[in-house]
Design a protein around this ligand. Structure first.
Ligand code: PEP
Ligand code: MN
Length: 355
């Protein structure tokens, strides 16, 4: 990491970047209120940091060994106030701000009528962002894969419904990009690009999505440790896109656990991750538990754990849903979750701010 002097000129910054490139590395430039900090992307071991300290405009140069330095709190202390939280703005919604954000909608978009009906009721319940899967990651090839699986035309049609529902009910929209081939098309219609748990490790997908410069909803793989999760989020940050919303969605269950909950919701990871990074983290209790009757409790627990929001699957009639009916709640239940979580959030806000 290269910390520039407060009076460093643009030419001096450019000189440092040139030197970084000479080592075959890339530079991440952060212009803080008082000074610029340049992060190195790549293998820093081959870099002679002493040489950097001799360059004009450079205050300090040092190696940073954490694998997720671009998103770490540690790294920000040089240009921002320590402990500051990143707020990700999506339209009028701020994720990571003073209010918890609720993302809700169907697991999969099944028809225009289904989506519009759910969107209207999500909005009425107090939801902020509308979700809906078009390219579904499924364990079985024989199950419904989302409308996007039919053909490109159908995928685009469903994306237009999502766009229209978002506009009509004034909610930004999010959907998953399951593969690199989906990125260009999906990015045309949505406000947030979701990377699903199964794709957390797909570096090429992460890089392609990051380059769209739109906020990314990045879900933790069910087998990933916290360091791995943050290290892969770093791939997005390394493309100069730090608008990343992390999402805890449960890790692999043990023993007979699967008979009771779909995954294990790792709520300890929420405050632990929040200590490591300035990025906001939200929780998805729907995929974590797989059970609609557990959503209320686990939503409350997630907000109490310090989550900046929730992502919840909602349907007016969960029984008729083609996917994940067992874990969807109704819009009325969503309202109850939102109202209660907002109260819990208020209660813990003074403590959260002391983090
Ligand atoms: C989803 O949010 O639609 C989804 C499939 O979740 P996950 O990637 O966490 O399984
Ligand atoms: Mn689902």
């Amino acid at each position: 990491m290269i910390i520039m002097k407060t009076d460093a000129t643009q030419e001096q910054i450019e000189q440092v970047i040139k030197e970084i490139k000479r080592y075959g590395l890339r530079a991440d430039i952060i212009k803080g209120e008082f000074r610029s900090v340049i992060g190195l992307i790549g293998d820093e071991k081959k870099v002679d940091f002493d040489h950097f300290t001799t360059l004009p405009g450079v205050k300090e140069a040092m190696m940073v060994e954490t694998p997720y330095k671009l998103i770490s709190r540690e790294y920000t202390k040089f240009f921002r106030e320590a402990g500051e939280q990143k707020i990700i703005k999506v339209g009028k919604i701020a994720i990571g701000g003073n209010e918890p954000v609720f993302i809700a909608g169907p697991c999969a978009i099944e028809s225009k009528a289904q989506l519009l009906k759910i969107a209207e009721r999500v909005k009425k319940a107090g939801g902020h962002i509308l979700r809906g899967g078009i390219f579904k990651p499924r364990s079985s090839v024989h199950s419904f894969q989302g409308l996007g699986a039919t053909d490109w035309k159908r995928a685009e049609e469903a994306l237009k419904w999502l766009y229209e529902a978002g506009k009509r009910f004034e909610m930004p929209v999010v959907t998953e990009v399951r593969g690199e081939s989906h990125v260009d098309l999906v990015a045309e219609y949505v406000d947030i690009l979701q990377i699903g748990a199964r794709n957390m490790y797909d570096q090429d997908l992460l890089t392609k999505v990051a380059k769209k410069k739109k906020p990314v909803l990045f879900k933790r793989h069910f087998g990933a440790g916290i360091e791995e999760f943050l290290s892969f989020a770093e791939y997005i940050a390394a493309e100069s896109n730090k608008n990343i919303v992390l999402c805890e969605r449960g890790i692999v269950p043990v023993g007979k656990g699967k008979d009771y909950t779909r995954y294990i919701l790792d709520l300890g990871s929420v405050p632990a991750i929040q200590k490591e990074t300035y990025l906001p983290i939200i929780v998805d209790p729907s995929h974590a538990t797989g059970r609609s009757d557990l959503i209320f409790n686990m939503s409350c627990a997630a907000i109490a754990a310090g989550a900046s929001g929730l992502m919840i699957e909602v349907h007016y009639n969960p029984k008729e849903a083609l996917v994940d009916g067992g874990q969807m709640i109704t819009p009325d239940e969503l309202k109850d979750v939102i109202d209660t979580c907002q109260r819990i959030h208020k209660l813990i806000t003074p403590r959260r701010n002391k983090k």
